[in-house]
Design a protein around this ligand. Structure first.
Ligand code: TRP
Length: 340
């Protein structure tokens, strides 16, 4: 007798993540996040959201907002996020999120919010705008996740504390009002811990810092080549089988992301034979990088200039997200006794 459960009977796990609409996406965003979204959309029920409301906590001027939202949507779609497979929507288009945020605020204590590392950092950076929205940022993030009853949240280490708070609020709600929310946990594919170093050996690629050492998905070919050729190297190892200095290791890391294995192996053995020519290696890397980024840039450019297309994507995403949100909120209101 075969007693395995048919695949169709297993409901897919729910995935949710948010992307802040602040600035141009770069290679680190692609390999650290977007590539996972593209993989997850094949396997799970996915909700990916542009966090426009969250951006108001630190960007009170909304003149650039629409352009930033459009850019982030266009770039993610250009990378392969598929609005037929995942719900890709804008946070402000799911009004129930704000309602859930209000309820969860009653379960969040001032002391724990004040202890959040991101709050303390932001408060230090903007001492003139320590608003209540900034303090309750993790509550809104919890509402984003819980409104879909998501279990998996693909985010980096910097979001771990927010996720832990989302679990706390979910558990408090369940304890007080009955079981509605699963515990959300960070999700990462094992192979996604790739290194995307900046080109000046100062850390990772970044949205706003050291732009000359970061490769953006919107960079043109000339800029990509220029940035890569500027990366520091030296005269090469004097002895065979030396250890690579950090700045050389970084060039290898970038090559591993976009070049063929044969090519990376060739430079690897040139290095070990102490015969490597970094100028050639960088030229080679630059061409592979151009070939990687160009189609994404061109596709994003086409989408961003087609407002109708973007609106269509947002609308379709909002419809799917709202359907899920309404189902959850019905359970939430029932549980709380707000059902009259
Ligand atoms: N706070 C996240 C960031 O800074 C963005 C975000 C908003 C988010 N809502 C979310 C991430 C929900 C995961 C789930 O990147």
């Amino acid at each position: 007798m075969n007693n395995t459960i048919p695949a169709t009977a297993i409901t897919k796990k729910i995935v949710m993540s948010g992307i802040r609409p602040t600035g141009f996406l770069h290679l680190g965003n692609y390999f650290g996040a977007i590539r996972n979204y593209i993989k997850m959309q094949e396997e799970f029920e996915c909700y990916f959201m542009v966090a426009d409301l969250h951006s108001l906590t630190t960007h009170p001027d909304t003149k650039q907002l629409k352009q930033n939202v459009y850019r982030v949507i266009a770039e993610n779609i250009a990378c392969g996020l598929d609005s037929d497979k995942a719900a890709f929507y804008c946070q402000s288009h799911v009004r129930e999120t704000s309602e859930l945020y209000l309820y969860l605020n009653m379960l969040a204590y001032k002391g724990e919010l004040e202890k959040t590392v991101t709050f303390k950092d932001k408060a230090r950076q903007n001492p003139d705008n320590i608003n209540a929205g900034l303090l309750t940022y993790p509550v809104l993030q919890a509402a984003d996740i819980l409104i879909h009853r998501a279990s998996y949240v693909p985010v980096g280490k910097d979001q771990e504390q927010h996720l832990e708070m989302a679990r706390t609020f979910a558990n408090r709600f369940n304890h007080r009002y009955g079981n509605v929310f699963p515990e959300p946990h960070a999700f990462n594919y094992n192979d996604d811990l790739v290194k995307v170093p900046s080109l000046d050996n100062t850390g990772k690629m970044s949205k706003s810092e050291n732009q000359a050492a970061t490769l953006y998905l919107a960079d043109d070919d000339v800029t990509i080549r220029k940035k890569i050729m500027k990366a520091i190297t030296d005269n090469g190892p004097v002895e065979k089988n030396s250890t690579k200095p950090d700045y050389i290791d970084n060039i290898f890391s970038l090559m591993k992301l976009v070049s063929t294995k044969e090519k990376t192996d060739k430079y690897e053995s040139d290095f070990n034979n102490a015969s490597i020519r970094y100028g050639d290696m960088k030229k080679d890397l630059a061409e592979d990088m151009v070939n990687f980024i160009t189609p994404i840039r061109e596709k994003a450019f086409a989408i961003i200039n087609n407002e109708e297309e973007i609106k269509k994507i947002m609308k379709r995403g909002a419809e799917k997200a709202n359907e899920s949100a309404l189902t959850t909120m019905k359970m939430v209101r029932e549980g709380m006794g707000l059902n009259y």
